[in-house]
Design a binder for this molecule. Structure first.
Ligand code: HEM
Length: 275
């Protein structure tokens, strides 16, 4: 719980610094309250990670056998056990964990909130999601079911709802790339060494690609509709070599978080009615 509070403060402080350009320079940041918050936050996070690594290392040393369901941390620690310090240092393993933690926690929580908002505003969609859940998991007792990848295959409508939510609210609305060689795109040449900002948010609401772009409509993501579009016109997880590695995990996480909220028959009142 303490870690969660520290982590929230840390995230809040990091994003505040992004917007407050006067504390971008290190000297100004060093004397602001954010320095203390971020230092404390990172110290707590480090303690937490050290404990997790110690616990898992002990467990692996005791069991000595690989677990087919092992998480990525266990795999990294096993490789380190087999090969010694020179393959991965403890600091490197911690850095990998920080990347995975920061890339997965905030993104999936934010998108889950947006999906819930969309379900609250669109009773018809909520009802279809619920019906699909009942069909796949059964009506009673399904609340405690852990949704796995194989369930997701049959939750086509839920996937479309998530995809449409990510179209309207991409959690990474801008990404940046450096051009490494001259590239011709139609009449435009992108010159080597230029920095490019790709505006995913605008692409996802471009009228030449999406009819009524501001309208929430999961049916844009049926296989037929998808096949009509250029696959690069929709890139909430970016694309190519540096694209997101967590997409499958993200979908299973959404399905589980939503399942625990959409397990009851939809209520008649939507956000519109309440307003
Ligand atoms: C809604 C959920 C998510 C969205 C929308 C999302 C989006 C993205 C995007 C757009 C990028 C590319 C950034 C860039 O090109 O500059 C990215 C990278 C990355 N994502 Fe995600 N992500 C999500 C969830 C996750 C999860 C659950 C994980 C881990 C389990 C994860 C791990 C990563 C990692 C490690 C990278 C860096 C890949 C690299 O640079 O090689 N993401 N993500």
């Amino acid at each position: 719980m303490l870690l969660l509070i520290c982590h929230c403060r840390l995230y809040k402080s990091i994003s505040e610094r992004m917007y407050k350009i006067w504390i971008h320079p290190y000297v100004a940041f060093r004397f602001s309250k954010h320095y203390k918050i971020q230092k404390e936050g990172m110290e707590n996070f480090n303690k937490f990670l050290n404990n997790v690594i110690d616990e898992r290392t002990k467990a692996i040393q005791i069991s000595k056998k690989s677990n087919p369901d092992e998480v990525s941390l266990d795999r990294l620690l096993e490789i380190k056990e087999e090969n010694g310090e020179n393959i991965f240092s403890r600091e490197e393993i911690k850095e990998e964990l920080i990347t995975l933690f920061t890339a997965s926690e905030d993104t999936t929580m934010t998108v889950t909130s947006f999906v819930l908002l969309m379900l609250g505003m669109h009773e018809d969609v909520q009802r279809k999601v619920w019906q699909e859940q009942v069909q796949v998991l059964g009506s009673n007792g399904s609340r405690n079911v852990q949704i796995e990848t194989h369930h997701l295959k049959d939750m086509k409508y839920l996937q479309m709802v998530i995809e449409e939510t990510l179209r309207l609210f991409p959690v990474a609305p801008l990404i940046i790339r450096k051009v490494i060689k001259d590239v011709d795109i139609g009449p435009v040449t992108l010159k080597k060494d230029v920095n490019l900002m790709i505006n995913i948010y605008s692409m996802h609401r471009d009228e030449s690609i999406w009819s009524e772009p501001n309208k929430f409509n999961p049916l844009r993501f049926t296989p037929e509709e998808k096949s009509k579009r250029n696959p690069y016109s929709y890139i909430p997880f970016s694309a190519g070599f540096r694209g997101c590695i967590g997409k499958p995990f993200a979908f299973v996480t959404f399905a589980n978080r939503l399942h625990s909220s959409v397990h009851l028959e939809p209520h008649r009142k939507t956000i519109h009615h309440i307003q």
